[in-house]
Design a protein around this ligand. Structure first.
Ligand code: SF4
Ligand code: SF4
Length: 393
């Protein structure tokens, strides 16, 4: 996953400042060193050895959430994301990170690594780990799933004559944190005529490592996944999280697709009946959805298949929720402050459901949403769609 970019590309920045209003850390701290422009200037000065890479300077750069709002709006096409990854690859060992953050990175390179780590999260001594996973009792997980109890299986056969097999990519944490979505998606795909396979053991997509200064490890994980996908022999590998997808889609010789896009394309050819909903739903779209995959209307196009759907959007749709991959663990106060601003931008009292397309965002939002509406559920759009599917007799 090494890129062709070099820190010399920081020269591309013409200091116009158009990115500043779009930057969540600049909005929060209101200082230049917490802005895209300021971070580029710091990276450049360190690269040219005009200043030292002091702890304070590194901290300003490392506060970045990697939301890429700046890259999306930049008229000079500064490859900000690549520059940040490259900078962290060189300097991350000089930045202190909490034990939990280091453990998550270390464990996630093992098959189903975070599933094992999540099982430890109930230990009182690991409070921050618990906060990351927002451990929910299994009974609640079952409640969230529209489609049946029981443990996750490795194979769900089509409920109509099979049109082929697809595999779900659950990564290092899907089975531990988002079982309901995996099961609900399987039911929907079965009704569309697909057998669904789920690998017993899966590797992390590598996105966390890519964005936390471990590019070689990210490349290694990508190769591991490639070998596994080839063994599965499915017509397509479907991912849930746009952040995972942005990494996996680098495997261009394998059909890897966003599950929402796959289902949308199938529904256009093979419509299914969905029941009407009378309640508005809030929609949170992740930065990786908007700025990495760039599938802008995908969530709304998919949700339009539900009769009566009314979508409540944020007043600030481009504002990051503050999760930023591991940033909610690395800088919890910053993440919490940005999340408050994001949650205030929704009219959450008028809905019982908030849809979120990225599990990292969902876990982070769960940590604070009860103050805005204690009855609200957080679901993946595919899970909500599956709940509205008219059941077969
Ligand atoms: S928008 Fe681009 S060129 Fe302008 S200050 Fe930001 S990074 Fe630099
Ligand atoms: S990636 Fe997001 S948080 Fe980081 S500098 Fe750009 S806009 Fe700010």
């Amino acid at each position: 996953m090494k890129t062709n970019s070099s820190l010399t590309d920081t020269d591309l920045c013409v200091m116009c400042g158009m990115c500043l209003p779009q930057c969540p850390t600049y909005q929060l701290y209101q200082c230049e060193t917490e802005s895209p422009r300021g971070r580029l200037a710091l990276m450049q000065a360190i690269n040219q050895q005009r200043i030292e890479a002091s702890a304070v300077t590194l901290l300003h750069i490392d506060h970045c959430l990697g939301c890429l709002n700046c890259e999306t709006i930049c008229p000079s096409r500064v490859p900000y994301g690549q520059l940040l990854d490259e900078f962290r690859d060189q300097f991350s060992s000089s930045i202190d990170k909490p034990l939990v953050s280091r453990q998550i990175l270390a464990q996630s390179i093992k098959p189903n690594g975070l599933e094992k780590l999540a099982s430890l999260a109930d230990m009182p001594v690991l409070k921050q780990l618990n906060a990351f996973f927002k451990t929910v009792p299994q009974s609640h997980v079952e409640q969230l799933s529209a489609n049946g109890p029981s443990e996750l299986k490795n194979f769900y056969p089509s409920s109509t004559p099979s049109r082929g097999q697809v595999s779900l990519f659950t990564g290092c944490s899907g089975k531990a944190t988002d079982l309901a979505t995996i099961k609900d998606a399987s039911v929907l795909l079965n009704r569309l005529g697909f057998d669904v396979s789920i690998a017993e053991q899966e590797y992390c997509c590598g996105a966390m490592h890519q964005h936390n200064g471990q590019q070689e490890m990210a490349q290694w994980l990508l190769e591991k996944n490639k070998a596994q996908f080839n063994e599965l022999g499915s017509a397509a590998i479907l991912f849930f999280s746009p952040a995972c997808g942005a990494s996996l889609e680098l495997l261009t010789d394998i059909r890897i697709q966003d599950i929402r896009l796959f289902i949308l394309n199938e529904l256009q050819q093979h419509p299914l009946p969905f029941s009407t909903t009378n309640q508005p739903v809030a929609l949170h779209e992740s930065c990786s959805h908007r700025n990495m995959l760039k599938l802008k209307s995908l969530n709304t196009d998919l949700l339009k298949y539900i009769p009566g759907i009314q979508i409540l959007e944020s007043d600030q749709p481009y504002l990051c929720c503050g999760a930023g991959g591991l940033q909610s663990v690395n800088y919890p106060l910053q993440a919490h402050s940005i999340l408050q601003q994001k949650l205030r931008s929704f009219d959450l009292l008028n809905t019982r459901v908030l849809l979120s397309d990225n599990i990292g965002c969902s876990l982070h939002i769960k940590s604070a949403i009860s103050a805005y509406n204690p009855d609200i559920e957080i679901l993946h759009p595919v899970s909500f769609l599956a709940r509205q599917l008219v059941k077969l007799n």
